[in-house]
Design a protein around this ligand. Structure first.
Ligand SMILES: [Ca+2]
Ligand SMILES: [Ca+2]
Length: 296
């Protein structure tokens, strides 16, 4: 499922984020420093995607204080990525069921294989990273059942160290999931081309891990505004990079500001007419943290 909008959680003893692992930190720094764009695979209603489809803005987020949807997950993420200084190549997923609350794996596979083909043919600029802020949830109990014969080997602390072992068994264990094999292969293929996958840790309070992280994606966890790990954010040894996961919707003269800089990011002409009745409303989730991956 998509990893925005976890809802607000109260938490008193929130941990501080760990020191980022050198590997994760190197991947993120290199991608953010690069002059190349980020390719974002998601649902978009407000922009015409560079590739793929634009979706109707139903079942998305209302950012202007009425109950009528204005933007989709990808519109918000693309804006956050741009606000941190990167350009975005939007790859729009179409959603025939008009739900916009999950990117089905087949759509991700289509997008990734299409992009790889275009990049190899020189028909698409090579991105600094592919961003897919989606989680394919796996509980640790399930992972232990399928990879470790029920032994409790994968814990929140050990899961990162188990990635190699999981990779070696992946094909046999998920023999009934050709879509997982394709996902694995495509993430590896991107990696071989020097293009990392950046994804969200997930909003499941660490009860699960994101399979995309286990098979090669770099996962981004969410911080609260005071710099602690957000209670909704997944946290395991897979995730060592954390970014701010909360946005506040502010009403400005020209439209809605999502990053507290006083400049409207979504003009009123792009919204449904609520005119900011929800000024100060907050949204959070590890998706937004992923959109902020290059923000300080
Ligand atoms: Ca609205
Ligand atoms: Ca702004």
């Amino acid at each position: 499922m998509l990893s925005g909008c976890a809802g607000m959680q109260a938490g008193n003893d929130l941990p501080l984020p760990p020191e980022p692992a050198a590997a994760d930190s190197g991947i993120v720094e290199k991608a953010c420093r690069s002059g190349r764009p980020f390719a974002l695979v998601d649902f978009f209603a407000q922009r015409d995607p560079y590739l793929g489809h634009r979706s109707p803005a139903t079942n998305g987020h209302s950012i202007d204080g009425d109950d009528i949807s204005d933007v989709l997950h990808g519109d918000l993420l693309a804006k956050l990525i741009e606000l941190s200084g990167k350009t975005v190549l939007a790859y729009g997923i179409d959603d025939p069921e008009d739900k916009h609350n999950a990117i089905p794996i087949p759509k991700i596979l289509d997008a990734l294989s299409h992009m790889i083909e275009l990049i190899r043919a020189g028909a698409m600029p090579q991105p600094a990273a592919v961003v897919i802020a989606v989680e394919e949830r796996k509980s640790l109990a399930d992972l232990n059942a399928v990879f470790f014969e029920g032994r409790p080997e994968a814990t929140t602390d050990t899961i990162a160290g188990k990635k190699g072992e999981i990779a070696s068994k992946f094909k046999d264990v998920y023999h009934e999931r050709p879509d997982y094999h394709d996902l694995y292969r495509l993430i590896r293929e991107l990696k071989d081309m020097g293009i990392p996958l950046i994804t969200a840790a997930g909003n499941d309070h660490s009860r699960t891990v994101n399979l995309l992280g286990i098979i090669g994606g770099t996962t981004i966890g969410a911080l609260t505004p005071d710099g602690r790990i957000a209670p909704y954010s997944n946290r395991s040894s897979l995730t060592t990079i954390y970014r701010m996961g909360e946005i506040t919707l502010r009403t400005e003269k020209e439209g809605v500001d999502i990053n507290d800089d006083g400049e409207a990011d979504f003009p009123w002409s792009m919204t449904s007419g609520g005119k900011g009745a929800n000024n100060g409303a907050r949204r959070n989730g590890t998706s937004f943290a992923t959109g902020n991956v290059c923000a300080p």
